[in-house]
Design a binder for this molecule. Structure first.
Ligand SMILES: Cc1cc2nc3c(=O)[nH]c(=O)nc-3n(C[C@H](O)[C@H](O)[C@H](O)COP(=O)(O)OP(=O)(O)OC[C@H]3O[C@@H](n4cnc5c(N)ncnc54)[C@H](O)[C@@H]3O)c2cc1C
Ligand code: SF4
Length: 509
């Protein structure tokens, strides 16, 4: 008999482990090692434990032997490797198998531990991703920047997704990004958010009783997130029926009336491997083929690009650059996140909305993460460690391989341009263009400095001015410096002085 370890983000019901005849005990563990490495959102901890418990029940009902360690189990040491040692003794195991972790931290822990074992320890694939750990590194060998677009095209061709029989992309164009940037019209009727209704009091009480430090809020009697395979498939169908038809068009839009708009909210399900990226993409492409009169190519291409493009790409960047990636701080930012990132109590309406919905639902969509919270943190010069800890804790889908590459890389430019060719920063203009946040704001998006001026405006120029040495030679940014250099010296002085004042007291915004 062998032990087979299943980590909390390895809930892949279709793994080949479940079709071979190996005599095994499947092991799942709720551990303080995982609840405590950062302060997680309560809904995130609950979602993982609920998903693990359901997965374990599903295996048991199919006749597999499962050993499930709950957080309050007296035999639980709360260390992955100590638990494995104990279980191996307990079952007198002849060997141990584990699926390759997606986090560097866990991979290193298991690799080191396995060297000390005198029974065979074998690591196998999770059979989830379309690419292997080092495929992206090999694809870009010798290149300084990793252009997502060329990786994405390779993925489309390799997996024959949205391709014509003649080898050309559907519609003879690879990318419809330019059609993915519309603001939500004033009278848009948003689809109602798909909620699940689970009484999760049990798991909530276990977490509370153990004294796990969490952030955000939850109604334990009405847990809204899908955590089982059947719920995941229901969520996918909901997306195909209600949101895919405008996914691409309003992908970048933000609005006070909705917290997920036309987004799929499938990230937790995929990151926990309850759904596979290929099945999600294939189901959506099938829907597009059946309803081409209602769903344009730009919608489905935008969606496919996020999953077989960005998602696989981020994972590849992670494995190509860890562990160094976690220390990168190209712009040498040192400030702390303002306290209101943890409370949502700020007068900046865009940030108030993005942060409060994150605290309420453990979710914000991509543009809220990138162009509101991330944009602010970057302009304010916050240390990437602080920013990472916040993103890693607050979002239901946050697992380091995809969190850190998006945060430190795409959002904070701390990797110096491996992921993005330039920093994603904007003044109030972009937020005003893509949302209705500015309508209800104390600050004036048009005013650049002085009392009542939107802080994004002076911080934007302050950022470019103080980072001239690192950024001025970037061909994608030169234009900004030409505009800055043409400004009247007095204007520049006011902007910089106002920016200095804001940076000295971020908590007061
Ligand atoms: C600062 C920052 C931090 C982020 N942290 C995370 C994180 O911890 N975990 C996470 O899964 N995503 C993260 N993202 C990417 C993206 O914001 C989320 O995947 C997305 O918002 C999840 O919501 P959704 O499922 O409704 O996505 P949709 O908008 O419906 O997109 C569909 C799917 O595409 C994939 N996807 C889209 N964009 C990206 C991307 N940039 N990188 C990887 N996959 C992508 C996701 O799997 C997502 O479920 C982050 C982005 C930023 C800017
Ligand atoms: S005015 Fe500035 S702070 Fe207020 S919502 Fe607009 S961009 Fe955000």
């Amino acid at each position: 008999m062998i032990l087979r370890l299943i980590l909390g983000d390895q809930l892949n019901e279709n793994h080949s482990w479940f079709t071979d005849d190996q005599e095994a005990v499947y092991v799942l563990m709720e551990m303080r090692q995982e609840t405590d490495y950062v302060a997680h959102h309560i809904q995130k901890v609950m979602a993982f434990f609920l998903a693990m418990r359901s997965f374990s029940e599903s295996l048991t009902s199919k006749g597999y032997d499962v050993h499930y360690l709950t957080l309050d189990d007296a035999t639980n040491t709360h260390s992955l490797t100590d638990n494995l040692d104990w279980l191996a003794d307990h079952y007198n195991a002849e060997g141990i198998q584990y699926q390759l972790p997606d986090e560097y931290r866990l991979d290193a822990q298991l690799t080191e531990w396995s060297k000390t074992k005198d029974i065979p320890v074998q690591a196998v694939s999770t059979e989830h991703f379309l690419t292997k750990r080092y495929d992206l590194r090999d694809f870009f060998e010798g290149k300084k920047t990793y252009l997502m677009e060329s990786f994405y095209r390779m993925m489309r061709k390799t997996h024959n997704i949205l391709m014509q029989p003649n080898g050309q992309p559907e519609g003879d164009k690879w990318n419809y990004d330019k059609e993915n940037r519309s603001k939500l019209p004033a009278k848009a009727t948003l689809p109602p958010v798909k909620f699940f209704h689970r009484d999760a009091t049990d798991v909530f009480n276990t977490i509370e009783k153990a004294g796990v430090k969490t952030i955000g809020s939850v109604n334990p009697k009405e847990f809204i997130w899908p955590v089982t395979r059947s719920e995941g498939l229901e969520m996918l169908e909901w997306f195909c029926d209600n949101a895919l038809h405008t996914f691409g068009k309003y992908q970048d839009a933000m609005h006070t009336d909705g917290w997920s708009l036309y987004h799929s909210r499938l990230s937790f399900l995929m990151n926990a491997k309850i759904l596979s990226p290929l099945e999600v993409v294939e189901r959506c492409v099938e829907e597009w083929r059946a309803r081409k009169d209602e769903i344009s190519l730009a919608q489905i291409e935008g969606f496919v690009r996020q999953i077989i493009g960005w998602r696989e790409y981020m994972r590849g960047v992670y494995w190509a650059h860890m562990p160094d990636y976690a220390k990168k701080n190209k712009l040498n930012h040192q400030r702390k996140l303002p306290d209101w990132f943890w409370t949502g109590e700020t007068d900046m309406n865009c940030l108030k909305h993005a942060i409060n919905q994150s605290l309420d639902y453990a979710y914000a969509h991509h543009i809220q993460r990138l162009m509101v919270t991330g944009n602010f943190a970057l302009l304010a010069g916050v240390h990437p460690d602080e920013v990472d800890a916040w993103y890693l804790g607050i979002y239901i889908d946050a697992i380091e391989w995809v969190e850190i590459t998006n945060t430190r890389g795409m959002s904070q430019f701390a990797d110096g341009g491996i992921v993005g060719t330039k920093p994603y920063v904007s003044s109030a203009n972009y937020i005003k263009k893509m949302s209705n946040y500015c309508d209800g704001c104390t600050y004036d998006p048009k005013k650049r400095h002085g009392e009542g001026a939107c802080p994004f405006n002076s911080l934007y120029w302050h950022f470019y001015d103080r980072h001239r040495d690192e950024l001025a030679n970037n061909p994608r940014i030169g234009m900004m410096y030409r505009t800055w250099d043409k400004m009247k010296p007095e204007d520049k002085r006011h902007l910089l002085e106002w920016g200095d004042g804001l940076l000295g007291d971020l908590n007061s915004l």
